[in-house]
Every structure is written in C-alpha cells, then in structure tokens.
Ligand binder design. Structure first.
Ligand code: ATP
Ligand code: MG
Length: 336
C-alpha cells in the first residue's frame, strides 16, 4: 500500500466560516482521523497568500492565531498532523519561484479566481495575486502531496498544480513530483452566500450577513438564517426541484452537508413545507455542529503563547519535511 500525504491550507484573512468548515476543514479532520501509521498530514495557514491583498499587519498577526485556534478547535491534532504557517517554511516560496519558471502565462490567464478577486481593476491587482496559484502548487508539491482536501472553488488551482508538476517531470525527465488528487467529498458543496445564491460564501465578502462564522453567537446565527434570502415556494420533494432556485438549493445543501445526508433526503423530509419551517431546523443543525467548536475556540484563544508554540514546532517539522525535495529540485534544475 502506498503512503498517503495529505496537504491543505487556509488563509488567515478572517474568521473560519461554514463554507470553509463544510468544504474543507471537516474533511481535514476526517482524513486526519483515518491516518495510518505510514501516512502524513500537513495543514497550514496560508499567510503568504493573505498578503496578496492589503492586510493590516496587526490584524494579520492576530488573524493567524485566531485561525490556528479555529483549526485546533475543529479537531486538527498537532500530535498527528503538522500545523504551521507557510511563511515560516521558506521552501514554499523558493519552490514557487522555480515552478513559476515552469508554469506558462497562458495557464495563469485562465484562472477564474484571479478574475473574480481582481474585479474591474485587473491592472491594479498585485503581481502576487496573479501568481498565487503557483505558490499554491508549491505548497502541495513540496511535500509530494497525494491528497489535497479542498473546497470545490479550488479545483481549478489544483489542476494547475498537476499541470505544473507534470511539465516539470517531463521537461527534466524525472519522476520528482507526485500528481496530487483533489479530494472533494460528495457531501461538501460549494457553500454559497446567504445573500446571493450565485456567489460563494467567502471570508472576504464585505457583508457579514453573507456568511456564518464559527465565532458567531447563537442569536446571530439564528438572525442570519432568518434573514437569508429565499423564495416564496415550498420545498420540493426531490433535489431536482431546486433547479433555478439557487438560494433554496444552497440552504438545502448546507443542511445535507451538516447532517451528512443527501439533498434528496433533506427534500424528502421537508417536502411541501415552507422556509418558515425549514430555517429554524437549519439553525439548530448549524448550532449543533459549530457550537462545541466555537466553545473550544474561545478557550484556546485565552492562551496565545501556547498557540505560537504549536505553530513554531509545526514549522520546524515542516522545514525538515520539505528540505529533501527542495534539494533534489535544485539539483535537477542545475542550481548550485
Ligand atoms: P478568501 O475570501 O480570503 O479567499 P475563503 O473563504 O475563500 O477566503 P480560503 O482560505 O481561500 O477561504 O479557503 C480555505 C478552504 O476553504 C479551501 O479549501 C476552499 O476551497 C474552502 N472554501 C472556501 N470557501 C468555500 C465555500 N464557499 N464552500 C466550500 N468550500 C470553501
Ligand atoms: Mg478563497
């Protein structure tokens, strides 16, 4: 049996939200629990990605701790997985430069996230925001990742990482990089904004009512769900009936993911009933899942030195794990 290397990251750009949790973090924890003795898992806080857009330095520093606490609260176990900030492992940035010389401009031009994040002011976006998918490729390739649990929105970036890995291997006639697989679970939908069912739930959305944060108190969760946009139709008997109703579909998919059921099963339960019935049940399901995580998060935030210690020791382990591959890459390329 071949060894599994699981690698994934999250930006410290705000509080962990329901989309991150259902799309990525819960899966990290599931995979971590299923690790065999020969497997490894690396979970990192993508602070270098965060600075592709302007960040207040003090808020960033605090956001890193808050994200570390959120990951630990969600079940990441620093004894079993390596938890660190990728800025503290220089191999990521170094490999990103080398891979940037392998990746093609045409490939980056196709990345939809850059188009979304740069918006109308593409010329004014940072170079880092444009080349960010190359750093992301380095993040996973530097550990020869085999499995990369990410949300649906990162699928395109992961395909790019595979293309870069393959081109490097082909250009230099080596088998250096493993081709990473995106692992997007069937029950993890692209969670969308509570205000607009056509855009994803995001940390960087200016409206806080667009998302449920891990740190939201129960009353606020309830209010956000009450105010979530829906339509006047009752719930259909099957998920096929949600076609063309993006907001309704989003809430059903969130409920399905939270209760580990299919959207069809959720529809069967609520068929013919309105959102006045559905919304309180959804609030309850959110609180049942996030409530304990939120309580642990608060407790962890009380000891910031301990959070810094966990991240420092994770970084040390990650540096040691990344060093052999980087040395081999340098040798392959012909660098002294
Ligand atoms: P930002 O707006 O700053 O990009 P984000 O909310 O997109 O923040 P990231 O840190 O970029 O969060 O992503 C962390 C992980 O969460 C990734 O694996 C990503 O695929 C996943 N993710 C982010 N948003 C969603 C969503 N709405 N639904 C499902 N998964 C998501
Ligand atoms: Mg994102």
């Amino acid at each position: 049996m071949t060894m599994r290397r699981i690698v994934s990251g999250i930006q410290p750009t705000g509080h962990l939200h329901l989309g991150n949790y259902l799309g990525a973090i819960r899966q990290w924890v599931d995979m971590q629990r299923a690790l065999r003795p020969e497997d490894e898992a690396f979970f990192f806080i993508a602070d270098l990605h965060a600075i592709t857009v302007r960040q207040d330095p003090r808020a960033l520093r605090e956001g890193i701790r808050a994200m570390a606490a959120a990951l630990l609260a969600a079940g990441v176990d620093p004894q079993r997985a390596t938890l660190f900030c990728h800025s503290q492992v220089p191999a990521h940035a170094e490999l990103a430069w080398i891979l940037g010389c392998v990746a093609r401009v045409g490939w980056l031009n196709r990345m939809t996230q850059f188009k979304e994040k740069s918006g109308k002011d593409r010329e004014g976006a940072s170079v880092g925001l444009y080349t960010y998918p190359v750093l992301q490729a380095a993040d996973v390739l530097v550990y020869r990742a085999t499995h990369v649990p990410v949300g649906e929105d990162q699928k395109q970036h992961l395909e790019l990482a595979r293309d870069i890995a393959l081109k490097f291997n082909t250009d230099f006639g080596v088998e250096l990089f493993a081709l990473p697989e995106p692992t997007i679970p069937p029950t993890a939908p692209r969670v969308r904004s509570l205000r607009d069912g056509t855009v994803k739930m995001s940390k960087s959305d200016p409206s806080d009512y667009s998302r449920i944060n891990l740190t939201d108190p129960p009353e606020l969760v309830s209010r956000k769900i009450q105010k979530a946009r829906t339509d006047p139709e009752p719930l259909p008997a099957t998920a096929a009936g949600l076609e063309g109703r993006p907001e309704a579909q989003n809430l059903v998919e969130i409920m399905a993911a939270l209760t580990r059921r299919t959207p069809d099963e959720v529809c069967a339960e609520f068929a013919g009933r309105g959102f006045a019935d559905f919304k309180p049940a959804l609030t309850e399901a959110i609180l049942a899942e996030l409530g304990p995580v939120s309580a642990r998060w608060k407790a962890l935030m009380a000891d910031r030195d301990e959070l810094d210690r966990i991240l420092a020791s994770g970084a040390e382990r990650a540096r040691a794990a990344a060093a052999p591959l980087l040395a081999e890459v340098r040798r392959t390329v012909g660098l002294p």
